[in-house]
Write a protein that binds this ligand. Sequence first.
Ligand code: ADP
Length: 305
Amino acid sequence: MQEITVLSPATVANVVCGFDCLGFCLEEPNDLMTVRLVDKKTVKIKHLDDYNLPLEPEKNVAGKALLAVLERIEENIGFEVEITKRIMPGSGVGSSAASAAGAVVAANKLLGERFSQNELVELAMYGEMVASGAKHADNIAPCVLGGFTLVRSVEPMDVIQIDYPTLFATIIHPQIEIKTSYAREILPKEVPLKSAIRQWSDVGSLIAGLQKGDYDLIARSLQDFIIEPVRKKLIPSFDEVKTASMKAGALGGSISGAGPSIFMFSKDLETANQIKDAMNGVYSQTGIDFKIYVSPISSKGVVKQ
Ligand code: ADP
């Protein structure tokens, strides 16, 4: 095989109580990527979209991830990549992770599947570092593996796949920009022990609820005492969106990634669409442009087109 085209999906990280560790994979939106083998140890990036992303491999997350792949292989080969971005950069639904994960999963297929899942997450993480400057795998892991994931550690890489019942996510993406660096800057440097105890109790019970398929336990565990109270101030009408979504039947939800997207979970498609209407009702009043996605949690991750 000399060439492969993959679909690389959006993901949600910072899942309510699971800041910097829990993430899940969506079916839509996704990026379209074609990766081709070339007989020179180089990486070439082409964007077939209008986002004006950097084309130098060192500055593009897909390019950086592929350079990391080249460092791990002996052969005198390289990659050409064509990216059609459909996940808007800076949206909070893992736009950069999709490019990094899509690139390494595609390259791995061209190389005869020689890297393990943990290695793929690690390689893609080097790409993701271009976007955030830090080692984060909480969007990368669900993008590579699909489903619901917990990143227990990045050094050494230790990713756990979590069973989950049927779940839908409704995601509103207000078309405003929140700088991830600013969203990090405003976080508390220290956390009161009382809040930490409540938070880690909820992470534990959320995992138990997901594994057992206990929707009531999932709903009870979807609380965030540490990050949401600080970051929600960056997102216009956050409380109104949450209240209207809960009234429409949401199990719970919060800020997706570093924002500005907000996601809400539900048990079925009908409720997910009712939440979409509720979000629409709130945001139509704000004068801010927005997009809403409804998607099941996808078990697949990056797939061959
Ligand atoms: P998201 O939260 O949606 O993942 P990020 O803020 O993490 O968005 O990533 C977007 C940043 O990464 C932008 O600054 C963008 O310029 C940079 N970037 C570099 N290459 C890519 C790429 N191939 N896809 C998306 N973003 C990229």
